[in-house]
Ligand binder design. Structure first.
Ligand SMILES: *Cc1c(COP(=O)(O)O)cnc(C)c1O
Length: 434
């Protein structure tokens, strides 16, 4: 399988090159040249995440160095479950399904993609070359997931950039508790600044001259493709037991998680509608409403991991659906403000006893705003992107109590923390990486 850039450069690369490069040389994002087409029968007998993943991702790795390792990599990456459940008490409103993607080491869905990528890089690393440095811009969860996935892997290093003061204290501790091969920088700027610095670093001759750089942001195909696996697995399971397609509501920022779902559906997996639930950063809902693409500076919200004003993966979505009309047929989007997030966390704790993280609350609020007919005409599943225990500062005052911290997360929060502060230009990053 070959991959091309969304920006139209003629060159084609294989799977591992796409992973190692992160971003295409013309600044675009890698997408498959052709799509595999699956039928449901192709997955007969495959029920677990690694089993479904092996069949779903095999065509992408055909002829690549990673082909023979794919099964082992998937078992390593998908070593924890992605359970789905019906929210008890929601039946009268059409029944709300929730897919929990937060049972990994850093309690957010990004563990899946980060672990897949780390396992791939460990196989791909050339021991004769200098350390492969993974640059990652994070609005909160990416950095922790990537750091956890790459920590202490030989020949690999991680540089985390996060916006100073714009991640929660609990998140910051997860970004800065690693040491060893992981360095963390608080950037005096926004997440968009961090993302721009990473993009600039990749095309910077000075840095590239003495460093092997790669990315682990959701722009990396190796983060995005494995995320299609849980949608495929969950969609198949629903189809087999209920004979209908499951529709997903996805709390979205940079659109990596959503594009993975849309890709899975595009390849033939039984997935119904996709509703993008954004916070007050409403670039995507506005685009769908007006047809004008107007990226803007990101705004700080309670769902901080979704504070993205210029979602990178829109480029992949528009590559798949270049016409606004076909895009309208493929996704819908809503924007939910902080007041509604708070109200949703409070209400659903009282009503259902469920504790949502602020990001998941955006998705659940989007579900609650559907018309009763829309809620009953098909089955909706909200993707729960993180454990509420990652955001105690926000959640605990709303529920008037403590959130139980999963043991793996508690262990991370106990580690000593260290980071450096830098300005928001490429020059600052160059000297920091020295
Ligand atoms: C990253 C993240 C999101 C947004 O995912 P994208 O792939 O950037 O759209 C939502 N919720 C949480 C908890 C996250 O960490």
């Amino acid at each position: 399988m070959e991959f091309r850039s969304t920006r139209g450069a003629p060159e084609r690369v294989g799977f591992s090159t796409a992973l190692l490069q992160g971003l295409a040389p013309d600044g675009g994002l890698y997408v498959p040249v052709e799509w595999p087409a699956f039928t449901i029968k192709d997955f007969d007998g495959a029920t677990s995440l690694p089993e479904v993943g092996e069949r779903l991702l095999a065509p992408f790795a055909v002829g690549d160095r990673l082909e023979s390792q794919l099964a082992a990599i998937l078992r390593d990456a998908f070593s924890f479950p992605a359970p789905r459940h019906l929210v008890p008490g929601s039946e009268a409103d059409g029944g709300l399904e929730v897919l929990e993607l937060f049972h990994g080491p850093t309690a957010a869905f990004k563990d899946f993609g980060a672990r897949f990528l780390a396992a791939c890089f460990e196989w791909l690393r050339d021991s004769r070359e200098p350390t492969l440095n993974i640059l990652v811009a994070t609005s909160g969860d990416t950095g922790g997931a990537v750091a956890a996935a790459f920590h202490r892997r030989a020949g690999l290093a991680v540089t985390v950039l996060f916006p100073k003061g714009l991640v929660s204290p609990t998140q910051q501790r997860q970004l800065t508790c690693w040491g060893d091969n992981v360095r963390s920088f608080a950037v005096r700027g926004t997440f968009d600044d961090c993302q721009r610095m990473v993009k600039e670093a990749f095309v910077d001759e000075v840095l590239r001259a003495h460093q092997q750089l790669s990315s682990a942001n959701s722009i990396n195909l190796g983060r995005l493709l494995p995320q299609a696996v849980y949608y495929a697995t969950s969609g198949l399971e629903w189809w087999r037991t209920r004979g209908s397609k499951l529709s997903f509501i996805i709390p979205s920022g940079n659109l990596g998680n959503a594009v993975a779902c849309i890709w899975a559906r595009h390849m033939g997996l039984p997935i119904g509608d996709v509703l993008l639930a954004h916070n007050a950063n409403q670039t995507v809902p506005d685009y769908l409403a007006t047809g004008t693409w107007q990226p803007r500076a990101s705004k700080a919200t309670l769902a901080s991991a979704m504070d993205v004003g210029h979602p990178s993966n829109m480029e992949r979505l528009r590559d798949l659906y270049p016409e606004i009309d076909t895009l309208h047929g493929a996704v819908t989007a809503v924007s939910i403000d902080d007041a509604a997030i708070e109200a949703r966390v409070r209400t659903d704790y009282a009503r259902f006893g469920e504790i949502w993280c602020p990001h998941t609350a955006v998705g659940v609020e989007a579900w609650a705003r559907l018309t009763p007919e829309a809620r009953r005409s098909q089955k909706w599943c909200v993707v729960s992107t993180a454990s509420p225990a990652k955001f105690p500062e926000t959640v605990e005052p709303l529920i008037g109590g403590k959130v139980t911290v999963p043991p793996s997360l508690a262990a991370l929060l106990d580690r000593p923390s260290h980071h450096e502060e830098i300005g928001s230009t490429l020059t600052h990053l160059r000297s920091a990486l020295g």
